[in-house]
Design a protein around this ligand. Structure first.
Ligand SMILES: Nc1ncnc2c1ncn2[C@@H]1O[C@H](COP(=O)(O)OP(=O)(O)OP(=O)(O)O)[C@@H](O)[C@H]1O
Ligand SMILES: [Mg+2]
Length: 263
């Protein structure tokens, strides 16, 4: 059985706005497996980005733990957490977040420079990553000269160039048309399979769900459904039942056993 590389244990998060306290995530526990694309879906405001941020070391939960590659993320100091993210995590966001003055190749090289990889090795690795996303012939162009889908593929190459074990994608297809969105999501799925990476994405686009290996549905900060698009015998959260009271209490009975896709 494949062991999870990313787990949350009873994480909660609320925000105080004025006199109101908004509890966004309530005692959530999830196991995310390597080698597959897991997509979190849910209505706007259901807590998808909050969940992703907590699981990727960007937002501290109020309660609970996040285990990433065996590291209890939120026990790390700020510098160690930054280092963990730099070495192990790739991020892809809706707005691409590319440097407008740099070419595609230069954008992909940036994280390698932070890791101390320079010169020919950095260029070779960046070219390989661009090749993997199908952009080897566009590497000399700046973001303004690329389409939305191409920009997002550059952003994916930039995440991929570090060869990270964990890749997080928050609405990576929202700014794209249907075809480009499917290309991007299929690319993320292939990267998970080919590199054995753990890819956790968030989307509100139901058309993309059939492209994922697993779909987790959030409503008001609770997981209301957790299903696989194919049943290869691996199990997700239900295997944890009985181990952690918080997990079973918060996830309730709505979790379903793996089963073939219905969509
Ligand atoms: N820093 C913050 N301060 C106050 N409230 C916040 C903060 N971040 C998120 N929220 C609130 O938490 C709720 C969940 O936000 P979140 O961004 O996680 O939702 P989402 O599911 O990603 O929505 P969307 O699909 O629109 O991106 C929202 O009601 C939002 O207003
Ligand atoms: Mg969001």
């Amino acid at each position: 059985m494949t062991s999870p590389t990313l787990s949350s244990h009873c994480i909660s998060k609320g925000f105080d706005t004025g006199k109101m306290h908004l509890q966004v995530i309530k005692n959530s526990s999830l196991d995310i497996l390597p080698g597959e694309l897991t997509l979190v879906i849910g209505p706007s405001g259901s807590g998808k980005s909050t969940m992703l941020s907590m699981m990727s070391g960007l937002l501290r939960p109020d309660t609970g733990h996040v285990l990433a590659l065996g590291v209890d993320l939120w026990t790390l100091g700020e510098a160690a957490l930054d280092r963990f993210r730099l070495e192990n995590c790739g991020f892809v966001f809706q707005g691409f977040n590319l440097f407008s003055g740099l070419t595609a190749l230069e954008n992909v090289i940036v994280p390698l420079q932070y890791l101390g990889v320079r010169g020919t090795e950095a260029t070779t690795r960046a070219r390989r990553a661009l090749d993997e996303v199908g952009l080897s012939t566009r590497s000399h162009l700046r973001p303004a000269e690329l389409s939305g889908g191409e920009k997002q593929r550059v952003a994916i190459a930039r995440a991929l160039v570090k060869n990270p074990a964990l890749i997080f994608a928050d609405e990576p297809t929202s700014a794209l048309d249907k075809t480009s969105g499917q290309t991007v999501i299929d690319l993320l799925k292939r990267i998970a399979a080919d590199h054995g990476a753990t890819v956790l994405g968030v989307t509100h686009d139901p058309r993309l769900l059939s492209h994922a290996d697993r779909v987790i549905e959030l409503e008001d900060g609770n997981v209301v459904r957790d299903r696989r698009t194919s049943d290869d015998g691996r199990r997700s959260n239900e295997q944890r039942k009985g181990k952690r009271p918080c997990s079973t209490a918060s996830l309730g009975t709505a979790l379903e056993a793996p089963r073939p896709a219905r969509f």
